[in-house]
Design a protein around this ligand. Structure first.
Ligand SMILES: Cc1ncc(COP(=O)(O)O)c(C=O)c1O
Length: 416
């Protein structure tokens, strides 16, 4: 057997909240003007109270509303797959498993949080959401979720991705969303997630009917993504494994990583590994300090690893990993020594993507391929030592709309 599916009624009914389980508390977010800890009212122009309360919730489990579960069930639970053909190609004694989040409507893990975010906004009477998107995965996910709740959706897409991935915009439009390139006021600028956040926040605060939705970084986003790791725990047991030795995921803002890794936080024997691009090495080379989430200095200051909010990363193909900061939860785990981080140049990442495509058949998103690269290197290290290691990685998205990247790689045009 190489694939384990959970029946629809075994979808997790509560999210795993890591906050009350930390041995030391998280540092608070600070108001951008006063530099004092922010309170719920400070965030109310941007987010519904349902999400603001989740941001600081002391409850170890938070029930998933039935309306949200009904939509998640369109594709969840997602399969856990053992990559036996990749194992054979590597000649490794390691057992490699991946959680297949590419089966969602948008093709990635992003709808896991887009759906509850749209739900809580709808509950509060909001009729329009704005957001940023890097590779376009988050923008498509939010457009899909808004369609479920009859909300308008406007997506500010990082200009370099807007130009190189035109079909993402079409997908957003198919679900009724709108997509414009960012920064809106400088057509010659390649853009970054930081600048697209500024555009989306500025729009949201200018209208009473509009809120802002963030696809990563914040505590509530990582919370919603924990359905990934919760399902994977059960499925690994079905596969006859006790616990993985290592859990791996790419890290842009930290949401798919948090989603697969946090439910293993309390299992101290399980290594947690973040993978990032060498061209945007936030965890491996950044500083841990308070910084803005956007280039325009409109967001609260967050305690996180950062390359500086004015850092504009090179235009690599993994657009979703081009973020100067990281989730405060992920940053804390790395700072506390509970999580490791590694960085790769994109040529090594695409070597891994092609090996995966040619063995397991799936063409990964460039972001997902970062996790695959690290999983392969863990498996090769196990081959050296002869260890029967159990490796779990998050297959966080397919690359069917990232084919320009593959064209560049296959024709020798990819630069590191
Ligand atoms: C497929 C995919 N994986 C990973 C990421 C990185 O985001 P995060 O670190 O929040 O999972 C993105 C972001 O757009 C993405 O589209």
């Amino acid at each position: 057997m190489t694939r384990w599916n959970l029946p629809p009624d075994r979808i997790p009914s509560a999210w795993y909240n890591v906050l009350p389980r930390f041995e030391t508390p998280m540092d608070p977010a600070l108001h951008p003007g006063t530099r004092q800890p922010i309170g719920p009212d400070d965030l109310a122009p941007l987010f519904p109270m349902g999400l603001i309360l989740q941001e600081v919730s002391p409850d170890p489990w938070i029930d998933i509303p039935g309306e949200v579960l009904d939509i998640l069930r369109l594709w969840r639970p997602t399969p856990l797959v053992r990559a036996t053909r990749l194992e054979a190609a590597l000649g490794t004694p390691a057992r490699i498993y991946f959680k297949d989040e590419s089966v969602s409507p948008a093709g990635s893990h992003k709808p896991n949080t887009a759906v509850p975010q749209a739900f809580y906004n709808k509950q509060e009477g909001i009729t329009r959401l704005t957001t940023e998107t890097g590779a376009g995965q988050w923008g498509t996910a939010l457009s899909f979720a808004c369609a479920q709740f009859d909300l308008e959706c406007l997506v500010y897409m990082v200009r370099t991705s807007f130009d190189s991935k035109p079909y993402r915009k079409v997908m957003m439009q198919a679900w009724g969303g709108q997509c414009v390139p960012s920064p809106v006021d400088d057509p010659s600028h390649p853009g970054s997630l930081g600048s697209a956040i500024t555009d989306a926040v500025r729009d949201a605060v200018s209208r009473d009917d509009t809120h802002y939705a963030l696809g990563s970084v914040l505590n509530h986003v990582l919370l919603h993504q924990t359905v990934i790791g919760l399902e994977a725990r059960e499925q690994l047991e079905m596969a006859g494994e006790r616990l993985p030795d290592v859990v791996i995921a790419p890290c842009g803002g930290g949401s798919n990583l948090g989603g697969v890794a946090l439910p293993f936080y309390e299992d101290r024997s399980v290594r947690l590994l973040a993978v990032e691009p060498s061209s945007c090495p936030t965890l491996t080379e950044g500083r841990f300090e308070y910084d803005f989430g956007d280039t325009g200095e409109m967001t609260p200051l967050l305690p996180m690893y950062t390359l500086g909010h004015d850092f504009i990363p090179p235009t690599i193909h993994a657009g979703g990993l081009r973020y100067h900061g990281d989730a405060p939860i992920v940053s804390k785990l790395v700072k506390d020594g509970r999580m490791e981080a590694v960085a790769y140049p994109q040529s090594k990442v695409f070597d891994a993507a092609l090996l995966f495509a040619r063995t397991e058949g799936k063409v990964p998103a460039p972001e997902a391929a970062h996790g695959i690269r690290a999983a392969i290197d863990e498996a090769l290290a196990a081959k050296e030592t002869g260890e029967e290691k159990v490796i779990l990685f998050n297959y966080c998205g397919h690359g069917h709309l990232d084919l320009q990247a593959y064209d560049d790689y296959l024709n020798g045009r990819l630069v590191d």
